[in-house]
Design a protein around this ligand. Structure first.
Ligand SMILES: Nc1ncnc2c1ncn2[C@@H]1O[C@H](COP(=O)(O)OP(=O)(O)OP(=O)(O)O)[C@@H](O)[C@H]1O
Length: 730
């Protein structure tokens, strides 16, 4: 072996591998020499090996590499883990491509213009404090300067680098990389970097390692948000990891990531992050519905007889929807005037202040943010939404006020409200009023002198949202009416209403028959059937068209067949149908009556079995629960419009305990008896009569004494219905 670290020709001969041809007359024409871990200090004998193409001398004690000057064909040089302090201290081999000088004692880089073939250069674990001299290395794609003392990235402009490793330096900012358009892998770990600014234009970046830096804000990810090829990001060991919901937020901001902090980004995480930070309308609506439903359940239970839905006949409602200022509010008011025997305006609540001329209680109930919040917590709302920084909500009371007059409720709302309402037990007709002439609509909004340009832009941009929803969800809206001309829109609306109310036929009938046409002879309608014997006074308020091909039926079938339905929605529909079927045949007490069982016992099960759309998990293994996994009570309630306080589910038990005190501790007289009497009642929940609120005056005895609430004709209830009325009052 070599003596005292001096490499000899014998050793070289024994260690040479991959011998090539011995060129004519030349003894030492070998391609590849590898001598790792030989304690070598002196390798000057290599001056004779002029044809070497690959030289590997790692883990020795070499200080001088000048022999390389005699190797013009050298392509790969590995002199890592030696004691070299002279940076490239040899004449440049013309084709030198790969050099590894890691773990040496180099302190200063020098001009490498003469080494222009270099493509990979490893200078890790040296003592460089500055990057210089690489400007002419036009083929350099891999540069590694990890664990040096570099304070600032410089001298790399316009290099074709694809891989850059600067781990373990003293960098504080990411700069000097702007022109590295080919960069794919960047390692800046173990530095003192606080911001990701400086990476925004590196569009080929696929992997960034920023482990152990000083990044503290999730917002920093915005700098790399547009890097569509970015798949791997490592932020381990940065203060930002302590931020709440850090991982979900980053997954949301960088939706192309497959690996975050060395952990695979799962599909579930991607879905949850979108549901959390940019939820689709369905998700927002499901959360909204769930929030209000849960808050309702937390209250001492009150079921309103007049709006209680039944299996075959939901309470009739009309919803006018469309973008802000399209005229739907005026149309709703006009409609209620024109058809005052059928409709009354359902007044929503809002936290915005009244415009000039608006009246509290008529246009809206104007309430403070605090009052609105309280109302949410009191379970008052059926749906809420946030629009333009204000809150809007439809209360059950608003509908009930109208229903107690024996009228159908007409409301207006934005699309989010419609989505939310679709999850509820109500089944309104939805009429979309949509501007088709954008310029005219914009001018209309401008002329109101109420909105900023940004508000106008938002309203205009939402036309597309409505149009898309109409396109993508056939049957979502029952009618679509252009709103460009208010008068024309009203005439169209009137026609639609007459069709719903069967007035055309009625008018025809009146023309053909004698004046005293009896209301009982009109086609039956949801409201001509008495649920509690209370609504018979307005049989003509049929919102159902005549026959089985009616629009509502069509809409439902269509919607149910619609491929867009999620597994959660489908399961929810099936569950509702099942509950209704069971209730009808008297098999089970039905979903509503479950609310009146012992509260503590029923709370979880009523949550689990509660109507639909709530998306509460039933079985963690089911498709449905998986689909709605992002919708757990605590998270979704908290996420609602970003404003509803997170719901502390533990409160539920307490509140229900309270309601238990009010319901089960002092059961209404004869409740048991009534339950058994009514157990085969068709309407779900009818066996809970004992806790129903008093039936509004004028509706208790429809066929008898109380004066009818409106001049409308009031047919007598059918025999079965009369029995039910008697039962209830008996
Ligand atoms: N409960 C609700 N749910 C969802 N959207 C609602 C609700 N109540 C009102 N909105 C809608 O919120 C939007 C803003 O209402 P606001 O009354 O402030 O608007 P506006 O400028 O008067 O326009 P518009 O004439 O359409 O009412 C309107 O499109 C309105 O229909």
């Amino acid at each position: 072996m070599e003596k005292e670290g001096v490499l000899t020709a014998e050793v070289v001969s024994s260690c040479i591998s991959n011998p090539g041809h011995i060129s004519t007359g030349l003894q030492h024409s070998y391609h590849h020499l590898s001598l790792p871990n030989h304690n070598l200090r002196d390798v000057s004998v290599l001056c004779n090996y002029v044809y070497l193409q690959k030289l590997e001398l790692p883990h020795n004690k070499i200080k001088d590499l000048s022999c390389v000057s005699h190797m013009p064909y050298l392509v790969v040089l590995d002199a890592s883990n030696n004691e070299i302090s002279d940076f490239f201290g040899f004449q440049p081999p013309k084709n030198l491509k790969e050099v590894n000088f890691s773990h040496n004692r180099m302190t200063k880089m020098k001009d490498l213009s003469a080494y222009s073939s270099l493509s990979k250069l490893n200078l890790d674990y040296n003592r460089f404090s500055e990057i210089i001299g690489l400007e002419q290395c036009r083929k350099l794609t891999h540069l590694s300067l990890a664990h040096n003392k570099i304070l600032k990235i410089s001298g790399l402009a316009s290099l074709p680098l694809t891989h850059l490793y600067l781990r373990g330096n003293q960098l504080e900012t990411i700069e000097g990389l702007e022109s590295l358009k080919n960069l794919q892998v960047l390692d800046l770990s173990v530095n003192r970097i606080t911001s990701l600014s400086g990476l925004q234009n590196l569009h080929l970046l696929g992997s960034i390692n920023l482990e152990k830096n000083l990044i503290s804000q999730i917002q920093e990810c915005k700098h790399i948000h547009d890097l569509f090829l970015l798949r791997e990001l490592n932020l381990l060991g940065n203060p930002v990891l302590e931020q709440q919901d850090y991982r979900l937020a980053v997954v949301f901001l960088l939706q192309h990531l497959t690996l975050l902090d060395q952990e695979k980004v799962t599909v579930e995480e991607k879905v949850s992050s979108v549901n959390k930070y940019d939820p689709p309308l369905d998700v927002v609506a499901a959360r909204d519905h769930m929030t209000h439903l849960v808050y309702q359940l937390m209250q001492p239970q009150v079921l309103f007889d007049s709006t209680l839905p039944s299996a075959d006949s939901p309470y009739p409602m009309l919803v006018l929807t469309g973008p802000q200022g399209c005229g739907k509010r005026e149309l709703a008011h006009r409609l209620c005037q024109e058809f005052s025997e059928y409709f009354a305006y359902g007044t929503c609540h809002t936290t915005r202040g009244p415009y000039f001329g608006e009246e509290n209680g008529i246009d809206y109930h104007f309430v403070s943010e605090e009052e609105f919040q309280n109302m949410i917590h009191m379970g008052k709302f059926i749906q809420t939404m946030q629009y333009g920084g204000h809150r809007y909500g439809l209360t059950r009371d608003a509908i009930e006020d109208v229903a107690s007059e024996g009228l159908a409720c007409c409301v207006h709302m934005e699309l989010e409200g419609v989505f939310s309402l679709k999850n509820s037990c109500f089944e309104p007709r939805y009429i979309l009023l949509i501007p088709t002439k954008v310029e005219k609509y914009t001018n209309q909004l401008k002329s109101r002198d109420l909105y900023t340009q940004a508000q106008i832009d938002t309203a205009v941009s939402r036309i597309e949202l409505y149009a898309n929803t109409n396109r993508q969800r056939p049957g979502f809206f029952d009618n679509v009416i252009p709103s460009d001309d208010c008068e024309e829109a009203f005439q169209s609306l009137k026609r639609v209403m007459k069709e719903y109310l069967l007035q055309d036929e009625q008018e025809e009938g009146e023309n053909n028959n004698s004046v005293g046409h009896e209301p009982e002879e009109k086609p039956s309608s949801p409201l001509s059937r008495s649920r509690s014997g209370t609504l018979t006074s307005h049989s003509a308020t049929a919102l159902e068209p005549l026959n089985s091909s009616n629009r509502n039926y069509f809409t439902k079938i269509h919607a149910e067949l619609s491929p867009q339905k999620s597994p959660a929605e489908l399961a929810s529909i099936r569950r509702r149908e099942q509950l209704i079927r069971e209730a009808i045949v008297g098999k089970s007490p039905g979903v509503y009556s479950q609310l009146f069982k012992s509260p503590v016992q029923t709370a979880p099960s009523s949550l689990q079995n509660q109507d639909s759309g709530t998306h509460l998990c039933e079985d963690s293994s089911s498709d449905e629960s998986r689909a709605s996994s992002g919708l757990s009570v605590s998270s979704s309630a908290g996420a609602l419009s970003g404003l509803v306080e997170p719901l502390d589910i533990s409160v539920l038990d307490q509140t229900l305990e309270t309601s238990k005190g009010q319901t089960s501790e002092s059961p209404p007289p004869g409740a048991d008896q009534q339950t058994s009497v009514l157990s085969s009642d068709r309407r779900p929940g009818s066996n809970v009569k004992a806790v129903l609120p008093p039936i509004p005056k004028g509706r208790k005895t429809p066929a008898a004494s109380s004066p009818a609430p409106s001049p409308r004709p009031s047919p007598k209830p059918a025999a079965g219905e009369r029995e039910e009325v008697e039962d209830r009052e008996g």
